[in-house]
Ligand binder design. Structure first.
Ligand code: M6R
Length: 613
């Protein structure tokens, strides 16, 4: 969703803002703009479409200045257009504002401001902010900061804001309520940004603003205050992220790079959590074994790909811990009447830690006094700060909009957590724990093997990419894998794809099957009848001339005799097969998108971090 960057210091702000905005491109956007102080004036530039348009316009009409603010906009209120692009100005053109979030009472504020004589130029909710500040200044606020605080006390909803005042040319103002914003501390210069990667080149220390705080940034000083103007002390945090982590490192896309990082990410998660005696230890989670023994229920909430990880987590936890586990989508959870009791462990799963629906669900669980554990990839994110405990996925920055390494890291986190809770509850023995851990330790190499099979998978994707639709089928632990494979395909290749529990096929989707429909069947070996059932489902597809692409265990001749195309994966325990199988599906989607010529890292309409509901 929208990205914000701001700079105050001695350098020309324009290239720094442009570089920061480029690093925020992955969040998704449809227009962009910047505002900078120029000698005695304030200038803005905007564009609709990609940042390259803004670069072209800056080349034709060069601009220099400092300090400055920049923005990439993902449209919510008002179509992507010049008039709706940020920065938005007040009536006098002396206040420039960039915003991420939604001002929910904007219509009431706008009506009131229009009645007071303000003229609005856009359809956005954001534009009320500069006008409100202008109104407060006219109404007697003693200075810019006071006017800003007064205006913010009237705004409801969510915001991360960057603000410039023409008459205060040494300062960038920032504010946060519900949308991410950090302050980066440099040497005689300071920054604001929606996330760390945007400014990682320039800073090692950050302040994670809390909700209801503003920051006043000068080149040599940052003051943080609450909405009543009281100073708030923040101990700056050191950023533990190498600047190279946000580069493509020679790969043609971030998504490809991130898929290739999976073996390393999973290996280091295992090293972090498995002791020399093959015991799973989760000191960072911090809940005692006694707590897990008395626990009665787990509720997992998340969105998108993280929801598929949650489904896997449910199946695995039920299998290994004997606990009742429920899952829900963040966007649904709050709008039904969930039974959330104090003895429920609430688990929120999120790569970004900023997904609005997941965060709102977590806050509801906190109100009900449940313990909250987050499985999250981003230190300092809102989810992390609102949780009792965190299990970090440690996958490093994920820039490709389509989640890959964060997903397999979430699956690994659930595997480790399930084993740990299972042991604490005596549902699995020490011997079983050793066997499970040994199987997990084989996963990174198995994924590496899958990545080496990319050419074969690419050939299959090239053959099947041009149809209008595809069906993905799986059972039990690989039912979420089917959903995730279909999601990957549709989000980056734009081919309609439907994931289904294979047993449900006869209840509807079988009507779709004909000689043109690719049907991806996940049929890796199991020790019970699930494999045979999956073979029967494939037979049903074959009988209707569907084009089967099978994911099968190395050397499986039975599956090979039914499928049109086959992707072999290394053998592992069924419980952990999704970690390997999904990599085959990531690659399949990737090469389908490649063949269809889409913008893989920045698929249309999508945002990496969905910070509005
Ligand atoms: O940051 P989160 O994990 O909370 O994001 C949730 C979804 O928005 C995300 O997984 C989305 O579905 C991805 N684009 C999937 O690839």
């Amino acid at each position: 969703m929208c990205g914000i960057v701001g700079y105050v210091g001695q350098k020309d702000a324009v290239p720094l803002l442009m570089d920061g905005l480029k690093r925020l491109e992955y969040r998704g956007y449809d227009s962009a703009g910047i505002a900078v102080h120029t000698a005695g004036d304030m200038a803005t530039r905007i564009c609709v479409g990609r940042l390259s348009e803004l670069e072209d316009s800056l080349e034709k009409r060069p601009l220099q200045g400092r300090p400055g603010i920049g923005h990439t906009r993902w449209a919510t209120h008002g179509e992507p257009s010049e008039k709706n692009s940020h920065p938005h100005l007040d009536g006098s053109g002396r206040i420039a504002v960039v915003h991420n979030g939604i001002i929910e009472n904007y219509q009431d504020l706008r009506n009131e401001l229009e009645a007071a004589g303000h003229t609005f130029l856009s359809d956005t909710d954001t534009e009320v902010i500069p006008h409100l500040i202008e109104q407060e200044l006219a109404g007697g606020a003693e200075d810019f900061e006071a006017a800003l605080l007064r205006a913010l006390r009237r705004a409801r909803g969510a915001y991360a804001l960057g603000i410039l005042f023409k008459d205060d040319p040494d300062t960038v103002y920032a504010a946060r309520l519900g949308s991410p914003l950090i302050v980066g501390l440099g040497q005689n210069e300071n920054y604001i940004a929606s996330d760390v990667p945007a400014i990682l080149k320039h800073i090692r220390q950050v302040i994670y603003l809390n909700d209801g705080e503003i920051a006043v940034l000068k080149q040599d000083q940052v003051l943080v205050k609450d909405l009543d103007g009281r100073a708030v002390h923040h101990e700056p945090k050191t950023v533990d992220m190498a600047p190279e982590a946000t580069e493509r490192a020679g790969f043609e896309t971030f998504m490809l790079k991130e898929m290739h990082e999976q073996p390393r990410v999973l290996r280091s998660l295992l090293e972090k959590h498995v002791s020399g005696h093959a015991r799973v230890q989760l000191p960072e989670v911090g809940f005692s074994e006694d707590y897990f023994q008395i626990l009665r229920r787990i509720m997992i909430v998340s969105c998108g790909t993280a929801y598929h990880a949650a489904m896997y987590g449910k199946f695995l936890m039920e299998h290994l811990t004997g606990l009742a586990v429920e899952t829900d989508l963040g966007s649904e959870f709050r709008y039904r009447s969930p039974r959330i009791e104090r003895d429920t462990l609430f688990i929120a799963v999120s790569q970004s830690g900023e997904t609005a629906d997941t965060l709102a669900s977590l806050r509801l669980a906190r109100l009900k006094k449940c313990k909250v554990l987050s499985i999250c990839n981003v230190p300092g994110s809102s989810l992390v700060r609102d949780s009792d405990s965190v299990m970090f996925t440690d996958a490093g920055p994920e820039i490709g909009v389509a989640s890959t390494k964060a997903y397999t890291a979430q699956l690994m986190a659930f595997a480790l957590l399930s084993i740990h809770i299972g042991r604490a509850r005596d549902e699995i023995t020490e011997e079983q724990e050793k066997e499970l851990v040994a199987a997990l330790e084989g996963i990174p190499d198995a994924i590496h093997y899958m990545l080496e099979r990319a050419d074969h998978i690419r050939a299959i994707a090239d053959k099947h990419h041009d149809g209008p639709s595809a069906l993905y089928l799986g059972r039990r632990f690989n039912y979420p894998t089917a959903l995730e494979g279909a999601l990957k395909n549709k989000e980056i290749s734009y081919q309609h794809a439907e994931g289904y529990a294979a047993g449900e096929m006869k209840h509807g989707p079988i009507a779709l099957i004909n000689e043109y429909l690719p049907v991806v069947c996940i049929c890796t070996r199991t020790e019970d009848e699930v494999y045979d059932k999956m073979i029967s489902n494939m037979k049903e597809v074959e009988a209707r001339h569907g084009r089967i692409i099978a994911i099968a265990t190395d050397g499986d001749k039975q599956v090979a005799s039914i499928a049109e195309d086959i992707i072999y994966v290394p053998e592992t325990r069924e419980e952990f097969s999704p970690l390997i199988n999904v990599v085959a599906l990531q690659l399949l989607a990737y090469y389908a998108a490649h063949a269809r010529g889409t913008d893989i890292d920045k698929p249309r309409n999508l945002a990496k971090s969905v910070t509005v509901e």
